[in-house]
Write a protein that binds this ligand. Structure first.
Ligand code: ADP
Ligand code: G6P
Length: 355
C-alpha cells in the first residue's frame, strides 16, 4: 500500500482575487526557501504549477470544473463555486499532504480549456494559491497556515489599470466594467474567506496624502492572528503595546509624504490579532535595515535577512513599500512554521520509543 508515514508535507493556503499580487508573493516565498520556483520539466508548457527544491505552488484555477465556454454557457464566473471542483481539490490536497502523488488537471489560461493532467509529487511545502483555498471546509482543515491578500478596491483598480491598460491595451471603461462585473461574486465567495486566514495583508490608499487617489503610495497592514500553533506575531518595540513610529530623520531618508509605522492589538472577525502597519514608501532600500532592527520576532536566521531578501528582489512590484516588506516577513514566518512542524514530527518516534 501507499503508506506515507514519514512524509511531512506542510500545506499553506494563499487566497486573493486575480491580479492582486499572488505570484509576486510566491516568488518572494520560494526565495526565502532558497530556490527559484520553475514550471515542471517536460510537461505542459501552459502548466500553472511552480516547483522548487522545497516548495510546490499549485494554482487552484486548475480545479475549474467548467472551462471558459462552459462558464459562458451557464452564465457563471470563475469565482462561482459552481465553476470549481472542490471534491477533487480536497481529494488531491489530502493525498499530497499524506505523501501520495496525484494527477492534477491543468486549466489552460491561454485557451480557456482543461488540458490533460500533470503528475504532482508530494513536496515538503505545498502552497495552494488562488480564489478559493479557504472556501471548502474540508480543504480549509488541511491547511497548516493560511493567508489572505486583501487589496482595497481603489488599489485593485489602480493596479488593473497599470497592467491591463498599459500592457494589454484595454480601455478604462472596459476595466471598470470587468471589475464591476466580478464584484458580486467576489463579495459572496472570495472576500468572506479572510475571516479564516491566520495572516491578512491589507493594501489601502495612503493616509499621508490628503484625498490621494493615485494609488501609488500605499498603507499596508499585516494582521496576525494570536494563538495560532507554530506562529507567533512580529512586533514593533514592545509586544502588546500600541505604538506609532515615524522613523524618518537621521537614520532613514524619507521624501514626501514620509513613512509611518503603527503597531498594536485589535480584533478581527472576533479573533485577537496583532496589527503591524506601514504607510508610505522607502527611498533607499538599503536603509531598511534600520527598520528591521526595530522589529522583533521576525524568525530571521541572521541579522539583516529581511533587508537582504528585499534587496535581492528590489525589482519585484511592491519592494519599496509595506507589500514587499510584509510578504517577506510572512515568508520567514512560514519557514519557521515549517521547521517547527517537521522538528516535532521527526522527534515524535523517538519519544514513542522512550515511553
Ligand atoms: P496575481 O498572481 O494575483 O494575478 P501578480 O503577482 O501577477 O498577481 O501581480 C499582478 C499585477 O499587479 C502586477 O503585474 C503588478 O502590476 C501589480 N502588483 C502586484 N503586486 C503589486 C505591488 N505590491 N505593488 C504594486 N503593484 C503590484
Ligand atoms: C481564471 C482567473 C479568474 C478569471 C478567469 C478568466 O480562472 O482565476 O480570476 O476571471 O481565469 O475567466 P474568463 O471566463 O474570462 O475566461
Amino acid at each position: 500500500t501507499c503508506s506515507a508515514g514519514d512524509s511531512q508535507t506542510v500545506v499553506i493556503g494563499l487566497a486573493a482575487d486575480s491580479g492582486c499580487g499572488k505570484s509576486t508573493f510566491m516568488r518572494r516565498l520560494t526565495s526565502v526557501f532558497g530556490g527559484a520556483a520553475e514550471p515542471p520539466k517536460g510537461g505542459n508548457p501552459d502548466s500553472n504549477t511552480l516547483i522548487s527544491d522545497m516548495t510546490t505552488v499549485i494554482c487552484l484555477d486548475d480545479y475549474h470544473s467548467l472551462d471558459r465556454t462552459g462558464r459562458k454557457e451557464k452564465g457563471v464566473t470563475a469565482l462561482d463555486p459552481r465553476a470549481n471542483d472542490f471534491d477533487l481539490m480536497y481529494e488531491q490536497v489530502k493525498a499530497l499532504k499524506s505523501g501520495i502523488a496525484v494527477d492534477k488537471p491543468i486549466y489552460n489560461h491561454v485557451t480557456g480549456l482543461l488540458d490533460p493532467p500533470e503528475l504532482i509529487k508530494p513536496p515538503k511545502i505545498l502552497v495552494i494559491e488562488g480564489l478559493h483555498p479557504m472556501f471548502d471546509e474540508r480543504v480549509r482543515d488541511l491547511l497548516d497556515f493560511s493567508i489572505y491578500l486583501d487589496i482595497s478596491n481603489e488599489v485593485k483598480f489602480a493596479w488593473k489599470i497599470q497592467r491591463d491598460m498599459a500592457e494589454r491595451g484595454h480601455s478604462l471603461e472596459s476595466i471598470k466594467a470587468s471589475i464591476e462585473a466580478r464584484k458580486p461574486d467576489f463579495d459572496a465567495f472570495i472576500d468572506p474567506q479572510k475571516q479564516y486566514a491566520d495572516a491578512v495583508i491589507e493594501v489601502l490608499p495612503t493616509q499621508l496624502i490628503p484625498d490621494d487617489n493615485e494609488g501609488k503610495v500605499l498603507r499596508v497592514r499585516l494582521l496576525m492572528k494570536e494563538g495560532v500553533e507554530h506562529f507567533s506575531p512580529v512586533y514593533l518595540f514592545d509586544e502588546g503595546s500600541t505604538i506609532s513610529w515615524i522613523p524618518c530623520g537621521r537614520k532613514l531618508t524619507c521624501s514626501y509624504p514620509g513613512i509611518k509605522f503603527s503597531y498594536g492589538p485589535d480584533t478581527y472577525f472576533g479573533h485577537e490579532v496583532s496589527v503591524l502597519e506601514m504607510d508610505g514608501q522607502f527611498d533607499r532600500l538599503d536603509e531598511l535595515i534600520y527598520v528591521e532592527s526595530h522589529l522583533s520576532n521576525l524568525s530571521t536566521k541572521f541579522y539583516g535577512e529581511v533587508t537582504q531578501q528585499m534587496l535581492k528582489h528590489a525589482d519585484f512590484p511592491g519592494s519599496n513599500n509595506g507589500t514587499g516588506l510584509f510578504q517577506t516577513i510572512v515568508g520567514l514566518k512560514i519557514r519557521d512554521l515549517y521547521e517547527q512542524i517537521t522538528a516535532i514530527k521527526t522527534a515524535a518516534p523517538l519519544q514513542a520509543t522512550k515511553a
